[in-house]
Design a protein around this ligand. Structure first.
Ligand SMILES: *Cc1c(COP(=O)(O)O)cnc(C)c1O
Length: 366
């Protein structure tokens, strides 16, 4: 608390990011869903050939090169794309652009009970009323629960985090059709890791109220670069640009734009790395289930796993940390029985599995 902060900053409870250990520590870092593989080699070429004197000049406001690359990959038009400084910024701008302040309406934005924990933070920050929609017993989202409820917007991560469960395109359609007057935001941060999932971006021509948000942080191994984007009808994209130009007209710098464009265009490398992660994920899930862990089938680059008693999630988190293996533990009701474990490289996951085996044995013996 400070007398110099305004009322909102004094009252807000900010998002807490996963730990980032200091450089030089030897650690297996599987706590913040980063990609274990480096970005495409094409990104290194861009860096090598980059003309440093270009940094004198402001970047292109719209990041047109990135928009063109996304348009090509997703078979949409560049007018359907909005680029921001990480998808966290794009999400924040969506809150500012599409959802109404509490002082202007009784309507609330609907978000799942368990989802990306930044959503309620944006709601407090931008004074948007929020209605929490409970998950089903199996931690999945029932699309029907987002239908027939008056609202000023809907935001859902699909696949959802930290549950790792994906909703079908059929479910998304149902929500879009039932809510023609509000914007439905589908956050596809992890869609690249969902086998057999068709992106909601294929629906933007049919539904003017759909905005799909993605990031280069997870599937392109570029969390350190800060690039994210939204795909939607030009009317929605124009609204986002109005918000951006009232806040920071140059969200993506020149280097980020050049590197991001190269990464998106290298679809071969993207497929190779995401498939490697999916393969490792299948193996890790099988091994953990053999040890009695329970977890939903994952559509993301992480798993949401519950250890078998007497081993608890909290003990396992602490003991793994002492061994230099960082996973994510949420000290919150419902979530505290689980650990969110990012899929790393095969050698990293072997070391992780070996440590878990020993911890499970220790718990039994004590
Ligand atoms: C990681 C994550 C983001 C944030 O991505 P950035 O582009 O790094 O800001 C957004 N949404 C979800 C659901 C995420 O897990």
């Amino acid at each position: 608390m400070s007398k110099f902060w305004n009322r909102m900053i004094n009252a807000i409870e900010p998002y807490t990011a996963g730990e980032q250990p200091k450089a030089g520590q030897r650690i297996i870092k599987i706590n913040t869903n980063e990609n274990p593989y480096p970005p495409s080699p094409k990104c290194a070429e861009v860096l090598r050939d980059f003309d440093i004197s270009d940094l004198r000049l402001y970047p292109n406001t719209d990041a047109s090169g990135v928009c063109d690359a996304v348009a090509r990959k997703d078979n949409v038009s560049p007018e359907n794309v909005f680029v921001g400084n990480g998808s966290d910024e794009v999400l924040a701008l969506c809150w500012q652009t599409f959802f109404e302040k509490e002082s202007n309406t009784d309507l609330k934005v609907l978000i799942p009970e368990i989802s990306y924990s930044f959503y309620p933070v944006y709601s407090s920050f931008y004074d948007v009323g929020t209605e929490i929609i409970p998950l089903k017993e199996d931690l999945s989202i029932d699309p029907g629960d987002f239908c027939g409820k008056p609202n000023c917007g809907i935001a859902i991560a699909n696949p959802n985090a930290p549950t790792s469960i994906a909703m079908s395109l059929y479910g998304i359609r149902k929500i879009l059709e039932s809510n023609p007057d509000s914007v439905v935001l589908i956050d596809e941060a992890y869609a690249a890791f969902a086998e057999g999932y068709t992106t909601a971006a294929t629906l933007i021509k049919e539904y003017k109220n759909l905005i799909v948000v993605r990031t280069l942080s997870k599937s392109y191994g570029l969390a350190g670069l800060r690039l994210g984007y939204a795909i939607g009808d030009p009317e929605l994209i124009e609204g986002l640009k109005r918000a951006r130009d009232s806040f920071n007209s140059y969200p993506a710098d020149r280097l980020a734009q050049s590197i991001g464009e190269a990464a998106i265009l290298d679809t071969e490398y993207y497929d190779k790395t995401r498939k490697a992660i999916i393969r490792t994920r299948t193996r890790v899930i099988n091994e953990l289930r053999k040890m009695g862990f329970t977890m939903p089938d994952s559509s993301a680059n992480f798993i949401f796993a519950k250890p078998a008693l007497p081993l608890t999630a909290e003990t396992l988190y602490k003991n793994l940390k002492a061994r230099g293996i960082l996973v994510r533990y949420f000290n919150k009701p419902k979530l505290c029985e689980y650990l969110r474990i990012t899929i790393g490289t095969d050698p990293e996951m072997d070391e992780f599995l070996k440590a878990v085996k020993e911890e499970a044995q220790n718990a039994k013996n004590s």
